[in-house]
Each structure stands twice: as structure tokens, then as C-alpha cells.
Design a protein around this ligand. Sequence first.
Ligand code: 4AD
Length: 463
Amino acid sequence: RITLGEKDPAKVKLGSGDRTKEVDYASPNRGTRVRVYGRVHRERKQAQVLFVTLRDGFGYMQCVFTGPLAKTYDALTLTRETSMMIMGEMWEVPAGAHAPDNRELHADYFEIIGKAPGGEEAITNKVQAKGDAQTLLDMRHLVLRGETASSVMFVRDAVEHAFNTAYHDLHYVKVSPPALVQTQVEGGSTLFSLPYYGEPAYLTQSSQLYLETAIPFAGNVYCIEKSFRAEKSLTRRHLSEYTHVEAELDFITFDDLLTHLESLICTVLDLVFANPRIAAMLKELNPSFTLPSRPFKRLRYADAIDWLNEHEILNEDVEPEGSPPRAFEFGDDIAEAAERKMTDIIGVPILLTHFPAPIKSFYMPRDAEDDRVTESVDLLMPGVGEIVGGSMRMYKYEELMAAYKREDMDPAPYYWYTDMRKYGGSPHGGYGLGLERFLAWLCGLHTVREACLYPRYMGRCKP
Ligand code: 4AD
């Protein structure tokens, strides 16, 4: 090894680094000596020169090894994913050449920190897309090091941050409801149950009921927590464990709820795109994405049924199972396939409202003008379909008691939820947004699985 020049130059991060606004790791001046740490993202050996793209999570940097340094044993045997320290001087990239952020580090010293294997065991052999999605999921821990998979994770981080910022700017209070519960929210069929010190318990399907109980002390509230669904089908948009962005708004009308949703989505998108690093990633991931314009299209369920029939989209989910497809009728659930077709044809976000009571949850109040339907809303996005489900909530004691009865639910375990109506009920409403579905829409992903660090769905609980 050869050491040239200054002994211990400043340690800098790679890339143009706007991960924090306060620190600009980004731009060591050209000509400055720096010390960088990272992993070998790519390496290219030429006769006299070794090019290394180093990665540290903040970004990438092209590092150039020339002369005797390029001939050292460690340089000649350098493998992808090896972690290392490099010292050298920042240079401008010669005209016609390309490098991240248009600069390169001319190395004069380096140390190998953790050598990665080459040959059979090389990372490229482990994660090469062999067209087999399952292998790639088994190797997810290595796949995540790639540019596409990791940029989805960076966008995810930015989106979650943007939701927190948007809510805090609105003075919503964040709370953290429990994941282990003894009540259901969205029907018994998708409950994961587990033994809990000799009592039955479930993994929560939604934090909604708990969020509602926080309203009386906190006013408007939100949470970003995991929800769990024992979904027994494999689709592009169903997970067993997903991140649920949920909020409850106090003293509102149904129309207020719709307006809030629209405004929240647009604020979050503005915040996300205001980050240049994330905006650049989104341009790569989903070049055709366009920001939705406001107001969002509003469509009542009954009109959607007419629209489906006018467009000859059939209901393929007819009971009993195996029945032939038929035209939609009022009261039918609009299942994933039909919903997606409709959303893709309409091509803009849709606030689909006023679903019939029998196909919706027990807590949803009826519409004052049409007793058949509820004050409920789904937000549908092209390419994905439903990303949000929400509604007003029953807030009168007798109304809720009647709903338990109608649904054949024992009110006893829900005493804490019912008490919200007993001790000062208020007209309130809320919603849940599936973060992975939002990301699938924003990043143009084929499935919500790609939006998870480690997806969980029927048949997969590893790594
Ligand atoms: O429509 P859902 O079932 O509504 C509720 O859970 C309400 N209690 C939420 C509330 O009002 N606080 O689910 C809400 C959203 C869906 O629109 C979807 O985006 C997401 O949660 N979601 C799923 N995402 C991935 N995998 C699944 N299995 C999901 N189930 C629901």
C-alpha cells in the first residue's frame, strides 16, 4: 500500500447528499483531499486504471485508482460489495466522461475493511434476475443493495416523513395504538389470532377504533402503524402485514373528510417532490407519473355501478363461487379486477363514495338522504385501485348498539369504543391509507411487495 499526501483528511459522505437539510456532505471542493467509507457498488478494471463506484447510502462516488495503486493485490482482486476506506483528491470528471455528481475521487490510499466473495459466491451470482421472483425475495437482503430496490426504500422513507410533516403542520397528534388486540375492525375472516397468556387475541387489522378513543383528549389524531390481515389470496396489492397511515378528524362533515383527503395527498406529494434526491429517484422509477390535479373526481357508488355496466365490465365475483360473470347490480362489492379496470380507464384519482351499508363495516353511519348507503369513501388510484378506505363514524350511542346487534357482534369487548359515544360523542370520521399501495402508485410498482423492506404475504414470512 502507498500513502501519499495528507495523513488524515476530512471524512465525507458520498453523493450530493440532501438526506439532511442541515449538512451538505455533498460537495467537497474539487481539489480537496477526502476520506470516504462505503461498499463497492460496481468496479471496472482497465489495463492501467481501476474504476470503483463506492456506495454509502448517502450516494455514490466514482473512485479512480491509477499507477501502482491499481496494481496492488487488493485492487486487482477487488470484488463487489467489499467495504473499504479510500483517501484521495476530488477531481472534475473529464469532458465526455460520466460519473455521479460529475466528479471523481482520485485515490492515493485505500484499506479493505470487509472483503466480499467473488466467483460462485459473488453477489452478482446471488441476485442475478433469473426471472424467478421467489429467489429474488429469498435474496431480498442482497437485492436491497441494488439501485432500484433501494431507491424505493428511500422514497418510502421520504413519504413517511412527509405524512408526519403534513399532519404536524395541521397540528394532528400522533399516537401509537396497540398491535395486540381483542376486537376486530374489518371482519373476522382476515384476523390473525394468537394465544395471549391463556386468552384469545389478534394482530390488529386497523388502529381506527383506538384512534377514535384518542379524539376526546387530543382532537385530530393520526398514527402510522402496522396492520395485519390474514389475506388468503395472492394479489398484486395484498400483504399480510402492511403499514397503515390512519387519521381521525373531530367535529367534521363527510364533505370535510373528502376535502381533507385530497389536500393531504397533494401536500404529501409536494413535500416528497421538494426533495431533489427523491424527485430524481422518482423520475427514474416512474417517469410518466403526473401530480394529480384538484379537485379529485368524485363518484358515487351507484353511479360507478352504472358506469361499469355502460362499459360492459362484468362482475366476476358472483356468489356462489364459480357462478358465471354477470352485469353489476346495486349492492355488489366492486372487486379488485373491476375496480382496477374502471380506475385505469378513468385515469385519474377517484373518490368513490356512498357504498351500500351491507358491504361496509359496522361503524359506518347512513347517508341522511339515502338510507341504503353509508357516508363512506375509497380513494382509487390508476394502476393500483383502492389506496384509502374511510368513512364517518357512528357517534350516537343507540345507533352503535343497534349496529352491533345487526352484525351479531357481542358489544362487551367493545365497551371502551362504545364509551366514546357515552361520554360526549361527536361527529367524526377518518380513514386508513395503505402506505405500500400509495408507494406502488407513486413509484409505478407492479406489486406492493416491492414497497416493503421484507414483504409478508400468504406463504412468505422470510427472510
Ligand atoms: O379499507 P380498509 O380495510 O379500512 C380500514 O381498515 C379502516 N378501519 C381504516 C380507517 O378508517 N382507519 O383498509 C384501509 C386501507 C386500504 O385502502 C388499503 O390501502 C390498505 O388499507 N389495505 C391493505 N394494504 C395491503 N395489504 C392488505 N391486505 C390491505 N388491506 C387493506
